[in-house]
Design a protein around this ligand. Sequence first.
Ligand SMILES: [Zn+2]
Length: 163
Amino acid sequence: MCPADVSDDSLVCDLGALDMADTFSKSDRSQIMRSVRSIGTGAERKCEKILRTLGIRFHENSNRLPGRPDFVLSEVGVALFVHGCFWHSHRGCKRSALPKSNRDYWEEKMARNRRRDRRVRDKLRRSGWRTAVIWECKLGDTASVSRRLAKLCQPVSRGKKLG
Ligand SMILES: [Zn+2]
């Protein structure tokens, strides 16, 4: 079974695939499981805490939007994703390094994930949402993530009045 707190469809599928694949080395597997665990629990909870501290209102895991964003900030029209560096191929990040074995498998899988992320973003933007990604590895620096989120929500709260 998948952990209940893994909220991303892609992760659920990926976990399913991992269960069946016994070909991975022990170190590959533990690297993968580490990346998976951290996103379901720590990263999203950290982001949630920052949003609360900033007083930003949000819904979690909206099924009604493409890609099921981790947080939906409807008042400011932002769909926010907390992305695990491994599964979403954070460019230039050491956490996104692929396992050494089964290289082709991983490269293809990650290319597929990247395409899906892009499709989701495009869909959301076409229906008027702004999209933002918080990378798992950046959440260590709470202050900087807070600044970014505050800025993201600024134009509407300060700018033109609604109605
Ligand atoms: Zn990263």
